[in-house]
Design a protein around this ligand. Sequence first.
Ligand code: ADP
Ligand code: MG
Length: 732
Amino acid sequence: MSEVPSVSSKAPRAPKSANKTATKAASKRAGAVASGPEASAASAPAAAPAKSAPQKAMERMGLTRDIDLALHLPLRYEDETQITPLAAAHDGDTVQCEGEVIESRIEIRGRRQLLVKLRDDQGGQVQLRFLHFYPAHQKTLAVGARIRARGEIRVGFFGREMVHPSFRKVDEQTPLATSLTPVYPTSAQLPQAYLRKAVASALKRAPLDEVLPPSMIPAGLPSLRETLQFLHHPPPSAGLSTLEDHTHPAWQRLKFEELLAQQLSQQQAQRERAHLRAPVLRGSKGGLHERLLGALPFALTGAQQRVTEEIAADLALPQPMHRLLQGDVGSGKTVVAAIAAAVAMDAGWQCALMAPTEILAEQHFRKLIGWLEPLDVEVAWITGSVKGKARQKMLDAAASGEAKLVVGTHAVIEDKVSFARLGLAIIDEQHRFGVAQRLALRKKLADSLNDDTPGAVPMEPHLLMMSATPIPRTLAMTYFADLAVSTIDELPPGRSPIVTRVFADGRRDEVIEKIAAAVQDGRQVYWVCPLIEESEALDLKNATETHEELSAALHGKSVGLLHGRMPPAEKAAVMALFSSGEMSVLVATTVIEVGVDVPNASLMVIEHAERFGLSQLHQLRGRVGRGSVASVCVLLYTGPLSDTGKSRLRAMAETTDGFEIARRDLDIRGPGEFMGARQSGAQLLRFADLQEDAPLLSAARALAPRLLDDYPQAALRQVERWLGHKTEYLKA
Ligand code: ADP
Ligand code: MG
């Protein structure tokens, strides 16, 4: 049923690096930077009083300590240890050659270019061609100069050629490199040559003594010093392939170190949490949570029941809960949150429920007052758009403890609200928040419970995070050692599965016709567009235009528009019309991505589906399939598709299971990015791969408690060495 052309295998995983853009920049520069005269002029970081641009660039990349530089590993290597006679160089070979300039001229062939002819000692010749060049290039490449050049040989009609090779001026005595030349991830302001020197000198200074007792290092792996020396400056005999696919023992050692640091910090955070206190929240017999259960219009699914019990068990403990409730979109997390809140309120404490957007906060609020107000619970609602007196009233109610439940957007609860007795904080769609935000929030929440009594054990409210972007089980159990996870693995009964179809944009008119027919039958439709304003660069259809187009095609039916830049009141009004069924089609940007719940909507069209990430597509699609009518999701794409684009759309067409989607996402992107900004705020694993390196991970996981118990100083140094300033992040 998918119309995506098939791809043979998964795209090879890009080499890992601290930063994707840096990687791109690095490979670009690798070819270009050394060709400028500034390359040879670049000097090692001097002890200059003012920071130079490259120094600042290094800081921005987090390369501040010697150890950071020592752990900044090459993306790849170049072999500059030998000179290849030109006569022996074949088309497509990347070689280093050396010879005398016998001709140097500027020519206009379509565009202005510098053409330099080089003859080596064996009489072989090559033409070096530069489309971008400065007078300094010409000067260096003057007739008679001896030049060492490295680049790809192309054999064409006029003989051998290298386009934009890297080069430098040498004499007969200039020695060749004795090890492979590292190419580092870098950024635009940081020349490769500068970074190379900075790394080489940091590597000499960095304290690389063994932190771990020798018995704890897996057998057969080199020392850390040997490891880093080798990885930065491998001998020419080192196989490039094992270096690049990271199976070399040196890589194994490094990954082990990294995984160990990560496990140590997670397990340490877990131990610290065990010393914190939290209010014991236990519902009473016949209390609020039981009355809520009795009043619900449906029975909980088995999975909802199970996770509710897991949460209740945590709440009854005097240590703060740190639990993630994950469940696919539509699995019914909100009611579980409501029950947890009821338990807290029953025990005489307040609860805060935070959502990432106003739309979602309002929807939660409506749902919760629908459930709770008949039971005489006062619910306060606080978002940015609640203003003036109403706002003050809500704030007062929260501060006095009169409002037992406060629902609102994150930002507002974080900054403005104070609580009398906050026992439980619930964060919906937690993956939408950065780690720094989560840390700040936790601090703020804890502040509301602690006074300055000397010697008092710090208190923290219980924390329940909810997410529809599941963490695959292996990751949850290992990587997030400090996080308890409850999973809703069952959808409420009576849902019919969503059918997903993938169409090229050329069939848009056909899709519009089908939509029109469905609307005539009384169905409701979401039409999702990626951007709200024309962006020439991306050539995206703008939501406003689509809105007009659909309004024209569906005359007589109400077509609404919802986008991120509308004032909140207007958004709420549009949502209300769509929720009530008065509006047939909602053209929306991704503001509807999270949590919107309109069970009657059964059709969704996503334009430019190729521009969305897999988990985002899955979230969006989760807006339909919430009622008993069979739902359809149409993914319109504009080709040509990249390999990952194809894999994503294929995954969407093949499965609606959020866990399977997460697993495939992990496959397509690799855990580095999966865990990236969204899940943990910082890409915490640079080198190890949680799947490929599972044996190293289990070794590290088993070793961590022994180190923490018997060698606490070593454990601390290990974490410091690897994570430095990121340590705090691991606790969020
Ligand atoms: P999500 O997990 O995506 O946040 P929601 O909490 O919004 O899902 O629930 C989706 C829909 O399913 C809501 O309309 C909710 O009222 C309904 N629902 C939740 N639990 C059940 C259940 N056990 N039986 C029937 N419907 C349920
Ligand atoms: Mg939800």
